[in-house]
Design a protein around this ligand. Structure first.
Ligand SMILES: Nc1ncnc2c1ncn2[C@@H]1O[C@H](COP(=O)(O)OP(=O)(O)OP(=O)(O)O)[C@@H](O)[C@H]1O
Ligand SMILES: [Mg+2]
Length: 239
């Protein structure tokens, strides 16, 4: 199985190299866990280290804010966008019902999104896609059955185009996916935890599943630093 580096420091060691190429991975966590940062670091690393272009679909935040926040990590997204190495799709403004001057916009609709992704991938040869978040997309769907069908379709199309895809997922009360099906529809699940212990917030991560790969079953601490997400792959985390 071919693996692609996530670019998340420490995580690639845990995963013996990275995540399976062309598969769909769910990155799940509570508010502020680091899901968007994780996704953007995955894209940024793919572009600067691997020459793999990427697409970021932002449903939860305005792309202008995403660009701004990334500057704090030293990631200049606008530059990559200018060079057609990165495409930022605004799913936020249509969802919020406000106008947008972004070049790429998408309504909250899987079929429409798939059509757009296929076109952009054809143009830019993107090999990495991040949908932030699948929770926002799934909120527009009517039933559990539809969520299953649509995520499966998205995942199958991305896989046929050999695109490695990360779906971020909102986690509440320790439940990995909001609708209870997202985790079954993805080939891997990485859980980002964020808890208070003795009045100190601590971040930790575990690999819930990674189909076809042997992976460790240990909770590892991580930090968000000025250069992004950093996992301490040698240290264990005890609850
Ligand atoms: N430059 C930075 N240096 C260190 N930590 C940062 C920096 N920027 C953000 N953070 C931390 O990262 C957190 C936000 O991470 P991120 O937006 O990736 O989380 P998220 O899981 O996507 O959140 P949400 O559920 O709200 O979308 C902030 O709350 C802050 O603790
Ligand atoms: Mg986010």
């Amino acid at each position: 199985m071919e693996l692609v580096e996530t670019g998340i420091v420490g995580l690639d060691n845990i995963l013996s190299g990275g995540i399976p190429k062309g598969r769909t991975i769910l990155v799940s966590g509570p508010a502020g866990a680091g899901k968007s940062t994780f996704g953007l670091q995955f894209l940024y690393h793919g572009i600067v280290a691997g020459g793999e272009s990427g697409i970021f679909i932002s449903f939860d935040e305005h792309p202008a804010h995403v660009r701004e926040e990334c500057k704090n990590f030293g990631w200049n997204l606008s530059e990559l966008e200018k060079d057609n190495l990165l495409v930022l799709i605004d799913g936020f403004s249509p969802r919020a019902g406000v106008s947008s001057s972004e070049k790429y916009q998408t309504p909250v609709d899987v079929d429409e999104l798939i059509t757009q992704l296929v076109e952009i991938i054809d143009k830019t040869s993107a090999e990495r896609v991040v949908i932030d978040s699948i929770t926002a997309l799934a909120l527009s769907m009517e039933s559990e059955q539809q969520i299953r069908k649509q995520i499966l379709k998205l995942s199958a199309v991305m896989s046929s185009l050999e695109c490695t895809t990360i779906l971020t997922s909102e986690m509440r009360g320790g439940v990995v996916s909001r609708f209870g099906v997202e985790e079954f529809m993805s080939q891997g699940v990485i859980v980002l935890n964020y808890e208070f212990q003795n009045n100190v917030a601590t971040r930790s991560l575990n690999i819930r599943k990674m189909r076809g790969l042997k992976h460790e079953m240990v909770e590892r601490p991580f930090e968000i630093t000025s250069t992004g997400v950093k996992v301490y792959s040698e240290e264990q985390f005890y609850f």
